[in-house]
Design a protein around this ligand. Structure first.
Ligand SMILES: [Zn+2]
Length: 309
């Protein structure tokens, strides 16, 4: 190698190193809750984008080419797992041709691996051909903020591996997120004191981590199998059960079959409570904490003090 070539190589190395230290880690998440957690943990050291916007049902997302283009540039892909994205993520990954985030790549992160408990794991064989969409257990774990903390800490570890220079900052931000959850827990708990004595009917199993976390009493699901339109007979059974109970709250997400949910609520004689399914699903819920606040506030509002007739 002659002198000029040596200089050029040295200059390229300096530029590459400088580029690395200044570059933000490009993080793509599948759902908005994971995007909000990634932003909290990554701060200014990451650039976060999400594939499924808050108002869309992430069980069913059209695999658009623009989403593959986002994945093609990603250093880290944080996905929900438990088959929530089974209908679209692998299609997008195939088209993105990005080995960094393919299964087994350093930037491939299944956030459900951070969990300590998975709810609603089926006992026996699940026939996916019947349309059951929770075959590995309930995937909607970000609705429990304590799970969000586990995910935040796992993200901080992975971001630290990919960007060791900022490892301490990722760890610190994950702990700030954890402290914010701890600070808010007593208020969320107090808000739902009255709701704990009510009977909750849900449309889809979307709310199970939330209701389990808060000790709310779910007495029925309008969908008898997750992801499958309920039979009229099952709907009638739910309405009968609701009419036998006092203080019923009927909950659906805005992407559920609301005409069925409305019919159930009407025939029980209570309002239908439509909640945001994930951060940003309704106006004013873009922030993860605002989203959890909204869930707690709306369920609390739907649970007025019991009045004896
Ligand atoms: Zn689901």
């Amino acid at each position: 190698m002659n002198f000029t070539k040596t200089l050029i190589v040295a200059a390229m190395l300096v530029l590459a190193t400088a580029g690395q230290s200044l570059a933000e880690l490009k993080v793509v998440t599948t759902i908005s809750d994971l995007a909000r957690i990634a932003e909290a943990v990554g701060g200014d050291d990451v650039e976060v984008s999400t594939l499924c916007p808050g108002p869309r049902d992430p069980h069913y997302l059209p695999a658009k080419p623009s989403l593959s283009r986002k994945l093609a540039k990603a250093d880290l892909l944080c996905y929900n797992g438990l088959e929530l994205e089974i209908g679209w993520l692998s299609l997008l990954l195939d088209k993105a041709r990005n080995p960094r985030i393919k299964p087994g790549g350093q930037g491939d992160m299944d956030c459900s691996n951070a969990l300590e408990h998975i709810l609603d794991v089926p006992d026996g064989n699940v026939d996916r051909s019947m349309g059951d969409i929770h075959a590995l257990g309930n995937p909607h774990y970000t609705l429990n903020p304590e799970n969000a903390v586990l995910v935040a800490r796992a993200m901080s570890r992975r971001m630290g591996e990919l960007d060791p220079q900022n490892e301490a900052d990722y760890t610190e931000r994950a702990e700030v997120f954890a402290r914010e959850v701890t600070t808010r827990l007593p208020h969320w708990h107090d808000q739902l004191a009255e709701a704990r004595s009510k009977s909750i009917i849900i449309y889809h199993q979307h709310w199970n981590y939330f209701t389990h976390w808060q000790g709310l009493n779910v007495v029925g699901e309008i969908e008898n199998r997750p992801g499958i339109a309920p039979s009229p007979r099952h709907v009638k059974g739910i309405i009968d059960r609701g009419n036998d109970l006092d203080g019923v709250i009927v909950i659906a997400a805005q992407w559920d079959h609301l005409e069925v949910a409305r019919e159930v609520a009407e025939r029980i004689g209570v309002p239908l409570t439509i909640l945001p399914g994930y951060s940003g699903a309704q106006e004013g819920t873009d922030d993860y904490f605002a989203f959890i606040d909204r869930l707690c506030t709306r369920v609390a509002e739907a649970a007025p003090p019991a009045v004896k007739e």
